[in-house]
Design a protein around this ligand. Structure first.
Ligand code: AMP
Length: 220
């Protein structure tokens, strides 16, 4: 039986990196609203342009747009999702619960990735990704072996996000504390929240998450 999990944590906590591991190791499907919105903005539509402005400022896009994107993806079927960067508000959490119930599924685990603010600033300011395969790098902690070339797929399309700068990070962190951090209490009360130390090495964090997933009785 498939499981569904949420990776919850501030920008730079390592949600995307861990989601990529889980795709490989557990065959789960990643649903990143950030990636979906970046796709929408590159489409050049009116909606895409509005979304781009909001994202570049570091603010949250409206619940309506984001829930619509998730509804569309879930409607395409599939089993076993990693929600990465969603939900980010209580309204989104309620909407997700309703959508899962409609599908006869549930959120099995919420992984809270704990990282202190100073580490987030350092992580975000050196981050870049491969535009082709999505591998995540960092200038100081995980540079490419050959400058300008992705280790995984050999692409030279390495990109930095427009919102990975000090100014918009400040807003993104404030949005996290004001609107997203209440979800920690929400899922704690629901009984499926597990904190992990997001400051540990990537493999160590992955192992901690693995332990949580292995404890889910429906995992097979
Ligand atoms: P991320 O890639 O998850 O860091 O998201 C990048 C940006 O996309 C955020 O700073 C928001 O502007 C927007 N975004 C992503 N996911 C959501 C969400 N669930 N709700 C609202 N805005 C979102």
């Amino acid at each position: 039986m498939a499981i569904n999990i949420i990776l919850l944590g501030p920008p730079g906590a390592g949600k995307g990196t861990q989601a990529r591991r889980l795709i490989e190791e557990r065959g789960l499907v990643q649903l990143s609203t950030g990636d979906m919105l970046r796709e929408a903005r590159s489409s050049g539509t009116e909606m895409g342009k509005r979304v781009a402005e909001v994202m570049d400022r570091g603010e949250l896009v409206t619940d309506e747009i984001v829930i619509g994107l998730i509804r569309e993806k879930l409607g395409q079927g599939g089993n076993g999702f990693i929600f990465d960067g969603f939900p980010r508000t209580l309204a989104q959490a309620d909407a997700l619960q309703a959508l899962m119930a409609e599908m006869g599924q549930r959120v099995d685990a919420v992984i809270e990735m704990r990282v202190d603010d100073a580490a987030l600033v350092a992580r975000i300011s050196g981050r870049f990704t491969c535009g082709n395969c999505g591998e995540v790098y960092h200038d100081a902690t995980k540079p490419t072996a050959k400058p300008g070339v992705c280790d995984v797929c050999g692409s030279t399309d390495l990109r930095r996000r427009a919102d990975d700068n000090a100014e918009s990070l400040k807003t993104r962190l404030m949005e996290y504390y004001k609107k997203t951090s209440p979800l920690i209490g929400y899922y704690y009360v629901k009984g499926n929240l597990t904190p992990v130390d997001g400051l540990a090495q990537i493999d160590v964090v992955g192992a901690q998450i693995g332990k949580v997933l292995d404890k889910i009785p429906r995992w097979s």
